[in-house]
Design a protein around this ligand. Structure first.
Ligand code: 5GP
Ligand code: ZN
Length: 113
């Protein structure tokens, strides 16, 4: 838990979210501003500020999160999807609690903007 972290507040119920999955380590919820027909965020309950702050002790947690992203995408009818972690403002990070974007349901271009 980190003070003033919006995603920690979603985890502890202070802010509502439309959840699609939760267990003792992970939480997934639909993005409030979807950028694709299916767009959800998958976060660890442990506060890590971003992908650049993953420590050795977090490897198993982030590995599990990554595997869960694919499982949840398929369970929600998406077999082709994009997984995105943003690190830092220049990359577009606005919430400093690590989150994997899972986007699907439309064709996507490359490179990303
Ligand atoms: P970032 O730009 O940091 O990679 O992504 C943050 C994401 O969190 C954005 O896609 C934004 O729409 C989403 N987001 C920000 N605040 C909330 C919120 O209160 N609820 C939900 N469901 N999504 C949020
Ligand atoms: Zn947090």
């Amino acid at each position: 838990m980190s003070d003033n972290c919006i995603f920690c507040k979603i985890i502890n119920g202070q802010i509502p979210a439309n959840k699609l999955y939760e267990d003792d380590e992970l939480l997934a919820f639909w993005d409030i501003s979807p950028q694709a027909p299916k767009h959800f965020l998958l976060i660890p309950k442990k506060h890590i500020s971003g992908p650049g702050a993953i420590k050795e002790e977090d490897e198993q947690l982030i590995g599990r999160l990554t595997r869960k992203a694919g499982d949840l995408a398929r369970e929600n009818g998406v077999s082709s999807f994009r997984l995105v972690f943003n690190e830092g403002p220049e990359a577009g990070q606005t919430v400093f609690h690590i989150h994997m974007h899972v986007l699907g349901g439309r064709a996507m271009s490359w490179p990303p903007g």
